[in-house]
Design a protein around this ligand. Structure first.
Ligand SMILES: *[C@@H]1O[C@H](CO)[C@@H](O)[C@H](O)[C@H]1NC(C)=O
Ligand SMILES: *[C@@H]1O[C@H](CO)[C@@H](O)[C@H](O)[C@H]1NC(C)=O
Ligand SMILES: *[C@@H]1O[C@H](CO)[C@@H](O)[C@H](O)[C@H]1NC(C)=O
Length: 690
C-alpha cells in the first residue's frame, strides 16, 4: 500500500511579514500583516524584468545624489505655514515666486486662522479658494476638494470632492493623488488605486524621511481607546520633555551615547523636536570625539547626502570605514553603496560592494539584505535572479525595511517575481506612500494639539484623514468626541451643529474601522446599537462588531454573543451566543467576569425562559455590551470575586423568594417561616434550547 505522499515542504511555506512600521505599544489597530504563501511565489521561469533606468533611489543609502527636496516632492505642501523657513521667506521677498502659490498660501493661512475665529471667516476663505480653483490653480482645487469632503463651508459632497481632487491630481498635486488613491482603494478599484499609490510610494522612497529610524516618524496616536494617550504625548513634547532634558544634560556632561541620541532627534526631527541639521552635526561631531561609532556612521551619511554640509564622498567613506572598524555592520551598507556608485573611491567595484552588503546581511542588518536584493533584481555584479531578489526583500521587509515593502509592492504590481496581485500591491504601496513628505502634517497637528490649539490640530488631522491615514482618522474622530464644541469643527455655515459633528465623527470612525482599527469598529457598532449620531440599526451594529471580530477582538465577540442572545440584529440563537462568549474568553482572559455573568444569564434564559428572572436580567443596566467599561469601573475597584458572588447571591435570593411566593400561592398560605424546599432547577419551565 502506498502511503499518500506528503506535500513538499515548500507548499507549507508561509512567510509572515509583520509590518513593524505600524508596530508600537500604543497602537490599537492591528499591525499590518502580510502573509505570503507558496501560491504568491511564482513557479517556473520568471519573466525578465525590463531594466528600468528611471527607477531611482533603489539603494538603501542616501538616495540619489540629485535627490529632490521634500517641497519639490510635495508641491503645495503646508510647510511654509507650519514650518516657515527663514532663509526661504527672505529669498521669497527678493524674488516674488509664483503668484498662484502666493494666493494659495494666503488662503491656507486664512483657513487655519478661521478655525479659531469661527463666524463667516471660513465662508470668505472658501469663496476665495473656489475662485482660485476656477482659474485652474491645482493647489486651490485640492483645498476645495478638502472642503467638499469634510463639509466645511460647503455642503458635503463626495462627488464634488472627487472631481476637484481629480483636477488637482492631474496637475500634479500629490496630496490630491493620495486622496484619490484612497478613494479608489475604498471602492476596490485597485487598477486605478495601484497606479496612484505606486507613484506616491516612489516619491516617498525618494524623500528623506524614509531612511533610518523610521518607526518613530509614524503619526502619533493621541488617544488609546477612549482615553488620551498621555505617554505618547509626553514623549512628543520635544525639547520640553523631561526625558529629553535629562538626555541633554547627560550629553553636556560628556555622555557619548546621549550625544548620539540628541543628534538623532535633531537629525530626523523625532519626538516633537524640530529637525535641525546644524545641531545634529554639532552633537555627532562631539560624540565621535569620544569614539561613538553610530555617530561616525551618521556623519558618513551626512557627508554623502550633503545634509547641512558640503557633500564630500571622501569624508563619507572615511567616517563609514571608521564606524565599520568598530563592528558597526550597518556602516558596510554605506560603503557598499559608495563602491556601487564609484563615489569617493578609485573606481566602481561591484565585487567589493557585494562583499560589504553580505557582511552587513550576515550581521542581520536589514539594509544589507535589501541591497543584495537590488543587486540580484538588476543583475548588478551578479547574474540577474529575480527570485533570489524577492527572498532578500522579504527578509528585509520582515525587519521593517520600508524600501523592501516598496520592492515587494512593485513585484505584486507587475507580476515580476511574485504573482500579480493588485489589492496586495495597493496596500503595500499605501504603507510606503503614507511615509512621504506629506506625513509632516501629522507632526504639525500634534504640535498644535500639545499647545492646546485643538481646532488647528483637528483641521490638520481632518486633512490627513481624507488622504487615508488611519491614525489621523481616529485622532480626528476622537477629538470630536472628546472635545465636542471645543474641537472647533467647522460646518456648512459657522461652527458644526451637533448633528454635523456626530455625523463627521461617525464617518471618521467608520473609515478607521475599515482600515482595521478595532476600537473604531467597536465604537461604530455601539453607535448603531444605541443609535448615537445615527439611526439605531442592529444589523449594521452586528456588521461592525463582525468587523472587529475578524480581528479577534474579545469585546466584539462578546457583543455578538449578546446580540445573538437577544436576537438583536442577529438571529436569536443561544448556542451561537454561548460560542461567542466562550471565544471572547479565549481571546482575552480579562473578559472572564463579564463572560461568566453573560453565561449565567444565558443559563437562566435557557432554563427559565419567560420567568421573571429573565426580565430581571434584561432589566439589569445595559452593562453587557460595555464589558470594557464594566471591567474598568467595577471590577478593578471592587475585585472580581466580590461582584460575582454578589450577583450569584442576588440571583439565588431572588429565586428562593420566587419559589416561596409560588408555594405560598399554591399551598394556600401557612408556609411562612418554613425553609424553602431544595432547588429543582428545571421543574417549572420547558427549556428553550438544550
Ligand atoms: C573632502 O574631504 C577630504 C578628506 O577629508 C579633503 O581632503 C578634501 O579636500 C575634501 N574635498 C572637498 C571638495 O572639500
Ligand atoms: C574589486 O574588489 C575585489 C575584492 O575586494 C578585488 O579583489 C578586486 O581587485 C577589485 N577590483 C578592482 C578593479 O579594483
Ligand atoms: C480578576 O480576574 C482576573 C482574571 O481571572 C484576575 O487576573 C485578576 O487578578 C482579578 N482581579 C481581582 C481584583 O481579583
Amino acid at each position: 500500500m502506498r502511503s499518500r505522499r506528503k506535500p513538499p515542504c515548500a507548499a507549507h511555506l508561509i512567510i509572515l511579514i509583520l509590518c513593524s512600521l505600524l508596530l508600537s505599544t500604543t497602537v490599537t489597530a492591528r499591525p499590518f500583516v502580510l502573509v505570503l504563501s507558496q501560491d504568491d511565489l511564482k513557479d517556473g521561469p520568471v519573466d525578465e524584468s525590463p531594466d528600468d533606468p528611471s527607477s531611482v533611489a533603489d539603494w538603501d543609502e542616501f538616495g540619489e545624489s540629485d535627490a529632490r527636496s521634500d517641497d519639490d516632492l510635495d508641491p503645495g505642501s503646508w510647510r511654509p505655514i507650519f514650518e516657515p523657513d527663514e532663509s526661504n521667506s527672505n529669498s521669497a521677498e527678493e524674488f516674488p515666486i509664483n503668484p498662484q502659490l502666493e494666493e494659495y498660501y494666503s488662503s491656507v493661512r486664512k483657513m487655519v486662522a478661521a478655525v479659531s475665529d469661527g463666524g463667516r471667516a471660513m465662508e470668505d476663505v472658501a469663496s476665495e479658494i473656489e475662485s482660485a480653483a476656477a482659474t485652474g490653480n491645482p493647489h486651490a482645487q485640492s483645498l476645495l476638494g478638502f472642503l467638499y469632503n469634510t463639509g466645511m463651508a460647503r455642503e458635503r459632497s463626495g462627488a464634488k470632492a472627487f472631481m476637484y481632487h481629480h483636477f488637482a491630481a492631474d496637475s500634479g498635486n500629490m496630496q490630491s493623488k493620495l486622496a484619490l488613491a484612497y478613494t479608489y482603494s475604498r471602492q476596490d478599484v485597485y487598477d486605478k488605486a495601484v497606479i496612484l499609490y505606486a507613484e506616491l510610494a516612489e516619491a516617498a522612497v525618494n524623500s528623506f524621511l524614509i531612511s533610518k529610524d523610521s518607526p518613530v516618524i509614524e503619526p502619533v496616536r493621541i488617544h488609546s481607546g477612549a482615553e488620551e494617550n498621555k505617554e505618547a504625548l509626553r514623549k512628543s513634547r520635544g525639547e520640553e520633555d523631561e526625558d529629553f532634558q535629562i538626555l541633554e544634560y547627560q550629553a553636556q556632561k560628556g555622555n557619548a551615547v546621549a550625544m548620539y541620541k540628541i543628534g538623532i532627534f535633531y537629525y530626523f526631527g523625532l519626538r516633537g523636536v524640530r529637525r535641525d541639521h546644524a545641531k545634529a552635526l554639532w552633537w555627532f561631531s562631539k560624540a565621535v570625539d569620544k569614539g561613538e561609532p553610530r555617530s561616525m556612521e551618521l556623519l558618513g551619511e551626512i557627508y554623502a547626502r550633503g545634509a547641512g554640509v558640503k557633500r564630500n564622498y571622501t569624508k563619507a567613506l572615511e567616517w563609514l570605514t571608521l564606524a565599520s572598524k568598530q563592528k558597526l555592520y550597518s556602516a558596510y551598507n554605506g560603503m557598499g553603496y559608495l563602491y556601487v556608485k564609484g563615489y569617493g573611491v578609485e573606481q566602481k567595484n561591484y565585487t567589493k560592494a557585494k562583499e560589504y552588503f553580505e557582511k552587513a546581511a550576515e550581521n542581520e542588518e536589514a539594509g544589507g539584505h535589501y541591497n543584495l536584493g537590488v543587486m540580484y533584481l538588476k543583475g548588478i555584479g551578479v547574474k540577474k535572479d529575480v527570485k533570489l531578489a524577492c527572498k532578500y526583500f522579504i527578509v528585509a521587509a520582515n525587519a521593517g525595511q520600508p524600501k523592501a515593502f516598496y520592492q515587494l509592492a512593485k513585484m505584486f504590481h507587475t507580476g515580476i517575481g511574485l504573482k500579480k496581485n493588485l489589492p496586495m500591491a495597493t496596500s503595500l504601496y499605501k504603507l510606503v506612500a503614507e511615509r512621504g513628505p506629506w506625513s509632516s502634517l501629522s507632526r504639525w497637528a500634534l504640535e498644535a494639539y500639545l499647545k492646546g490649539e485643538i481646532g488647528k490640530a483637528f483641521l490638520l488631522y481632518s486633512r490627513m484623514a481624507e488622504l487615508g491615514y488611519e491614525v489621523a482618522q481616529s485622532n480626528a474622530a476622537w477629538i470630536l468626541d472628546k472635545f465636542g464644541e471645543a474641537s472647533m469643527c467647522m460646518g456648512e455655515s459657522g461652527f458644526c451643529t451637533d448633528a454635523e459633528r456626530h455625523q463627521r465623527a461617525h464617518s471618521l470612525w467608520w473609515q478607521a474601522s475599515e482600515q482595521g482599527n478595532e476600537h473604531a469598529a467597536l465604537l461604530i457598532g455601539d453607535a448603531y446599537y444605541y443609535g448615537r449620531g445615527t439611526e439605531r440599526d442592529y444589523d449594521r451594529a452586528a456588521d461592525a462588531y463582525m468587523h472587529a471580530k475578524s480581528q479577534s477582538n474579545a469585546q466584539a465577540m462578546f457583543n455578538l454573543g449578546y446580540m445573538h442572545e437577544h436576537g438583536q440584529g442577529l438571529p436569536l440563537d443561544l448556542h451561537l451566543a454561548k460560542r461567542y462568549y466562550d471565544q471572547a474568553l479565549e481571546i482575552d482572559p480579562a473578559a472572564k467576569l463579564p463572560v461568566m455573568l453573560a453565561l449565567a444569564s444565558l443559563w437562566v434564559r435557557r432554563n427559565y425562559a419567560n420567568s421573571f428572572m429573565v426580565d430581571l436580567i434584561d432589566s439589569l443596566p445595559g452593562v453587557y455590551p460595555k464589558a470594557d467599561e464594566w471591567i474598568k469601573n467595577v471590577v478593578m475597584e471592587e475585585g472580581n470575586a466580590t461582584i460575582l458572588t454578589l450577583f450569584v447571591c442576588l440571583l439565588t435570593v431572588l429565586y428562593l423568594r420566587e419559589r416561596q411566593r409560588r408555594q405560598v400561592a399554591a399551598g394556600g398560605g401557612g408556609g411562612g417561616g418554613v425553609a424553602p424546599p431544595p432547588l429543582r432547577p428545571n421543574d417549572n419551565v420547558a427549556p428553550l434550547v438544550n
